[in-house]
Structure formats: C-alpha cells, structure tokens
Design a protein around this ligand. Structure first.
Ligand SMILES: NC(=O)c1ccc[n+]([C@@H]2O[C@H](COP(=O)([O-])OP(=O)(O)OC[C@H]3O[C@@H](n4cnc5c(N)ncnc54)[C@H](OP(=O)(O)O)[C@@H]3O)[C@@H](O)[C@H]2O)c1
Length: 250
C-alpha cells in the first residue's frame, strides 16, 4: 500500500515513516526539501499518483496567529484537492485535544484545518493528541516571567512523540473513522508540576510559579482546557521514562 506522509521529515513524521516502512509499506516522506510543498502545490499531483493513504503531519514555519491560520488553510485546501483528484482512500491528520473549546491563535488554525478535512469528501481520521513531551521546553519558555516560569495549575497529560507516531501509524492502517480519535500520555497531573519536574530533570534552575490567572499561549484556560473529556487512547511512555530516554539519546 502506498502511503504519503506530508511533513515526513518532521518530529512525528520521521518516526511515523520509519514505523510504516518497517511494516513493509511503500512510504513517501514528503516535504518541501523532497520537492513536495502543500503551500505552493509543487510536487503534490505527482506524489498522489497511486496513493491509498495520506497522513498530514506538516507544521507551520511561523506560529504567529495570522501566519499559522494561513498556513493550515492553504495547505489543507491544496492537499485535499489533490487527494480528491487522485481518489485517495484515507486522509489522516494530527490535531490537538480541546482545540474547539480552548482559545489561542494556533488552536484556531487547527480548527480551520479540521473543518476543511470534514468538508472535503475524502474519507478521514483526525487524531487529536495532547501536547508532546518534546514541547515542554517550549511551554516553559513561553511563560517566562523574570527568573520564574508562571503557569496556571490546570490538568495536563503530555504524550511522547514515539507514542504519537505509533498511534498515527495504526490509524493510517485502519478503516477511516470519518471522525476524531483522541490520544494522550499515560499520566495526568497539574501543568505546573509537570513543567517543574521537566525543568529539574534537565538542570534548569528556573522555578515554576502557580498562577490561576496565567494564560496558555495568550488564551484563558481552566482546569480541563487541555485534557480529553472523553476516553482517550493512552500512550505507554510516562514523563520519567521519556526523560530517561531523552538523556540516553543526548
Ligand atoms: N506540538 C504539540 O504538542 C502538538 C500536539 C498535537 C498535535 N500537533 C500537530 O502535530 C503535527 C506535526 O508536528 P511536528 O512537531 O512533528 O512538526 P515539525 O517537527 O515542525 O515538522 C514539520 C514538518 O512539516 C513540513 N512542512 C513545512 N512546510 C511544509 C509545506 N509547505 N509543505 C509540506 N510540508 C511542509 C516540514 O518539512 P521540512 O523539513 O522540509 O521543512 C516538516 O517535515 C502538526 O500538525 C501539529 O499541529 C502538535
């Protein structure tokens, strides 16, 4: 089965490509560097020829509100039109848990991406993941206040990229859900506690300050703004195991 992974050179894309290739599938790791660009349309038609499944794991080069919205809208439109023309049988996309009930510019762009998928007529599965453990440093950096990191003590359940890639690969090989599946890490704890454990483990001296009024990427959040409200499929790699693996790989 031919599978095209858009964003196949990225964090999740490269791991997903490796898993599917190990399973004996013909996998194209598509990205601008390999001549496939969902914004300009370059290489899209050729990549789609004979393709059964497309997995969209592209990410925007800029997370600025307007730029990220434009990226996911243009990319989604071009990609889904090319898939429809080539009669692709399954579109799999990676989205984020709670984007439709938690407000920030990046989440609004992912909502727009999901809307295009649902309206495209291409059979689809949207996998909504919680935040990647690889993103914990970025969250800390986004909330710096002098020598401290100021965060709301809301519930948080990050997932390791290895677990995400395994579940995305599973979704791509299954029948299209024409709906959403949610995936999350095995451990739920306050965001403040998880970031503090992360900073301590990497030897970062910044202290985490708990502030119920602090925002998450500029948006207001409450206790359950970033976690699944239903039954998410859980990964196997907890934070301590992920930290151990990250240290061993460094
Ligand atoms: N961060 C989180 O916590 C989180 C949580 C849930 C879901 N997600 C979603 O997960 C997805 C993958 O994220 P990631 O962190 O793995 O991304 P990433 O490491 O930043 O990789 C982005 C990929 O997109 C490709 N790309 C960029 N512009 C492109 C274009 N115009 N056409 C085709 N490909 C393009 C890049 O190709 P080059 O290498 O050639 O530049 C790269 O392969 C994203 O959609 C994100 O929204 C993220």
């Amino acid at each position: 089965m031919k599978i095209v992974v858009i964003g196949g050179t990225g964090l999740i894309g490269s791991k997903t490509v490796a898993i599917l290739r190990q399973g004996g599938h013909e996998v194209v790791a598509a990205s601008p560097r390999s001549g496939v660009n969902t914004i300009t349309g370059d290489g899209l038609k050729e990549a789609m020829t004979g393709t059964h499944v497309v997995i969209d794991l592209a990410n925007a080069p800029s997370f600025e509100d307007k730029a990220v919205l434009e990226f996911f809208e243009t990319s989604g439109r071009n990609l889904l039109a090319a898939e429809a023309a080539a009669n692709v049988q399954h579109h799999v996309a990676l989205s984020i848990v709670a984007i439709d009930r938690t407000d920030n510019g990046y989440f609004r762009a992912k909502v727009a991406q999901e809307k295009l998928i649902k309206a495209s007529g291409v059979p689809y599965t949207i996998a909504r993941a919680t935040q990647f453990m690889e993103f914990l440093g970025g969250i800390a950096d986004s909330s710096v206040d002098g020598n401290t990191v100021r965060l709301p003590p809301i519930l948080f359940q990050p997932i390791a990229s290895d677990d995400v890639a395994a579940m995305v690969a599973d979704a791509a090989l299954a029948t299209p859900r024409n709906g959403i599946v949610e995936i999350a890490g095995p451990e739920r704890a306050p965001l403040t506690e998880i970031i503090a454990r992360y900073l301590k483990a990497i030897g970062d001296p910044r202290e985490v300050v708990s502030d119920p009024e602090a925002r998450y990427w500029g948006g207001r959040v409450d206790q359950r703004s970033l976690v699944s409200l239903g039954e998410a499929r859980l990964g196997r790699i907890g934070l301590d195991e992920w930290l151990r693996r990250s240290k061993a790989a460094a």
